[in-house]
Design a binder for this molecule. Structure first.
Ligand SMILES: [Fe+2]
Ligand SMILES: [Fe+2]
Length: 165
């Protein structure tokens, strides 16, 4: 079994949750309590997943080849954006009483931002990072080489995503 198997399963569950939430978002003002509840649940699941992923990355760190470390740096920069969006969303939800539609424009905008960001991020992880992590876990010792100057430069140049305007 690949070490990223559990993370891939998380992605499938998250995708289903994202799809359901997207269906409901147009009804945000008609059913604010439902939306707030579903966004809150998505936030909890996403946080659990990010933490699980970061724990596995940390456990494999010494085994990662330079190109994988560069990939990790990009994905972790995106995690920072996700963590920030999740905090903002939870803050917006907590500020309201149950059923309140206050801040719904912001909740919808941040949820859409999170949804788009997570989808792209998960696809990219499955396409590149998870393949590299599985390989590192299988052949750890031979993949471990010191990071090159080129890799270090690429890490510094990692883009951070910006929140919705
Ligand atoms: Fe991730
Ligand atoms: Fe992920």
């Amino acid at each position: 079994m690949n070490v990223t198997e559990g993370l891939r399963n998380d992605h499938e569950l998250l995708r289903r949750r994202l799809a359901r939430l997207e269906q409901w978002l147009p009804a945000a003002y008609a059913a604010p309590a439902l939306i707030r509840n579903q966004v809150w649940l998505l936030a909890l699941r996403a946080e659990e997943h990010l933490a699980r992923e970061e724990t596995l990355i940390e456990a494999l760190r010494d085994k990662l080849a330079p190109e994988t470390r560069r990939e990790v740096a990009w994905r972790l920069a995106e995690h920072q954006d996700h963590w920030q969006t999740l905090q903002t969303l939870k803050g917006l939800i907590e500020r309201n009483g149950a059923g309140a539609a206050d801040h719904m424009d912001q909740i919808v905008a941040y949820t859409a931002h999170l949804t788009d960001g997570l989808r792209e991020h998960m696809a990219e992880e499955e396409r590149r990072l998870f393949v590299m992590m599985d390989r590192a876990a299988r052949h750890g010792a031979e993949a471990a080489r010191p990071a090159s100057a080129e890799s270090a430069g690429a890490i510094e140049a990692s883009p951070a995503m910006s929140p919705p305007g």
